[in-house]
Design a protein. Structure first.
Lengths: 109, 441
């Protein structure tokens, strides 16, 4: 049954359009600037605290400032800072979940 | 005393030695020539079970590769000494408990959530727990004193209380705009039976000056940056809270040593308040004549706007207030969300409810998205600040998709909201009612 074979192969092929490539070590999305984020952000903490967060550029900037002001993060040169903030804001932007989301797929019947 | 080494996270394991991580986590050995596949079926089975899905192209899967489901989402995997927790962050270690594993009256050590701000001490570094020293000092301490744990045990009367500890940021993942920090869903809470001495007895032994208003703690955990001059966390509570009967310097958790990740060999336990006030690996307590100013006392940490603000508002530190008692909340701990249940069989559900410094007066459940509510039975707490068991039996009118919602009301009449409550910059105090999904067939 060629159509069934086609269908199953189609379904098992990783859907590249909705699952961006991630760095296998850190879990960071591979996109311009990811190496800078890995280099500067995983010295103290896991990349999981990056990949689990969402925020706009302002929000990511305030996280960086808080770490610089209180947690011992070094200052970046302007180009590096721009690279890091652009990567974070582009790859981990806020969603629009509303005031309560549906229950997640893992908790559904 | 815990003999096992401290657990490390999946990324750290794979970073150190991907092949060894494969072997340790899944019992996986790859084909020595192609570096792909699974030599033994057991490794594949373990990985597939953890993924909750078969891996159709397992034979092609390269060795040392973290399954994307885990790499991206921090899905459940086993930390040593812990079982079934969802790891949110592996450095520092933060892991939460799925609701169905909070069904015990006293949460077992293996299921008790982990919220670490820094790097915990090691069992080797701690050494003989009875020789562990705790210093009581500060500008409002009349007779600064240093006790070993053995001396504390000998000198002061012992007390045991079941005390609920909940992270101030539990439920953070529902706030919008997203709030910074570990994205806790519902599982940064637990209630264990803690044994120790009353903080009050120890403070009084050291002399509390008349101007004392606050206490602060310091622990043996080190700062993530490795800078020895930095403190990872040093919080505290007003003197009134510190002097309550149930505020303990505790060395036992459910009649055993406290798990290393939860503060072994000794910690503070101030139930009902953000768990960050219950300092772990306790080394020092300071009696203060001002609000304690240790690390993570200042806004935005563990502070919320003093007056409610619109979502996304930038709030000045001077307009933020320190969180004190946690709000009323409940969980459905049985059944597990996602089950299918026959229409004709009675449906029993149960859970836990707690209310910070208050007690829980009633719990109601709804199967129609909050249109109507049915009363559940609620047990009295075993002591003040312990969570309370609730139970209900439900009937469904016809087959279909339902959600069971639980809503608790505290002793002052405050109830849980059905929507996510007031937005705040760091996403604290989400006590929206818990929901589970049920398919009635």
């Amino acid at each position: 049954m060629p159509s069934a074979v086609f269908l199953s192969v189609f379904m098992l092929t990783p859907p590249a359009y909705c699952a961006p490539e991630t760095d296998r070590e850190s879990g960071l999305r591979v996109a311009p600037g990811w190496e800078a984020v890995k280099t500067h952000c995983t010295v103290c903490h896991s990349a999981q605290i990056v990949t689990s967060q969402r925020g706009d550029r302002d929000s990511w900037t305030s996280m960086v400032r808080w770490m610089q002001d209180t947690q011992g993060l070094w200052q970046f040169d302007p180009e590096t800072e721009n690279t890091i903030l652009t990567y974070l804001a582009d790859n981990y932007p806020p969603g629009n979940p509303g005031r309560r989301s549906n229950l997640p797929p893992g908790e559904l019947p | 005393m815990p003999k096992k080494p401290p657990p490390i996270g999946i990324h750290e394991l794979y970073r150190k030695d991907p092949d060894k991580a494969d072997k340790q986590l899944w019992g996986r050995d790859v084909d020595p020539l192609t570096r792909r596949g699974f030599v033994k079926k057991s490794g594949l089975a373990a990985m597939a079970a953890a993924l909750g899905a078969a891996i159709p192209f397992a034979g092609k899967m390269p060795g040392g590769l973290i399954p994307a489901a885990f790499a991206d989402a921090g899905e459940p995997f086993t930390l040593e000494g812990k079982e079934g927790l969802t790891v949110l962050n592996d450095r520092p270690i933060n892991a939460e408990t799925p609701p169905h594993l909070l069904d015990d009256d006293f949460t077992p050590a293996k299921h008790f959530f982990v919220r670490n701000n820094g790097v915990p001490p090691t069992v080797e570094g701690i050494g003989d727990s009875n020789a562990w020293a705790i210093e009581i000092t500060g500008e409002s301490c009349l007779n600064p004193t240093r006790y070993t744990l053995a001396e504390l045990k000998k000198k002061f009367k012992h007390y045991s209380y079941a005390l609920t500890l909940e992270c101030g940021g539990n439920g953070r993942n529902e706030f919008n705009p997203p709030a910074k920090g570990n994205q806790w869903s519902t599982g940064a809470v637990g209630c264990a039976r803690w044994t120790g001495v009353r903080l009050r007895d120890v403070l009084m032994d050291c002399g509390i000056a008349e101007d004392a208003v606050y206490i602060g703690y310091y622990g043996a955990d080190t700062h993530l940056s490795g800078d020895p001059g930095k403190v990872s966390i040093s919080r505290g509570v007003p003197l009134d809270k510190a002097l309550e009967d149930e505020s303990l310097i505790a060395w036992q958790f459910n009649d055993e040593d406290i798990p290393l990740l939860n503060g072994y060999p000794v910690r503070l336990v101030t139930g009902g308040w953000p768990a960050s006030t219950s300092g772990k690996w306790l080394k020092k307590i300071v009696l203060r004549n001002t609000v304690h100013d240790g690390a993570k006392m200042a806004p935005p940490s563990y502070n919320v706007p003093c007056k409610p603000v619109a979502p996304g508002t930038k709030v000045a530190g001077s307009d933020m207030c320190i969180i004190e008692s946690m709000p009323v909340k409940s969980l459905v701990t049985f059944p597990r969300s996602g089950i299918t249940h026959p229409l004709k069989k009675p449906f029993s559900c149960r859970g836990q409810a707690w209310a910070g410094d208050r007690s829980v007066r009633s719990v109601e459940v709804s199967i129609d998205f909050g249109a109507t509510w049915l009363p559940a039975t609620v047990k009295k707490p075993v002591n003040r600040l312990a969570w309370q068991r609730w139970e209900a039996e439900l009937n469904f009118p016809q087959p279909g998709y339902y959600e069971v919602w639980a809503r608790a009301t505290d002793s002052e009449g405050s109830s849980q909201p059905m929507l996510v409550p007031g937005w705040n910059p760091k996403g604290y105090l989400n006590n929206a009612c818990h929901r589970i999904a049920v398919q009635i067939a």
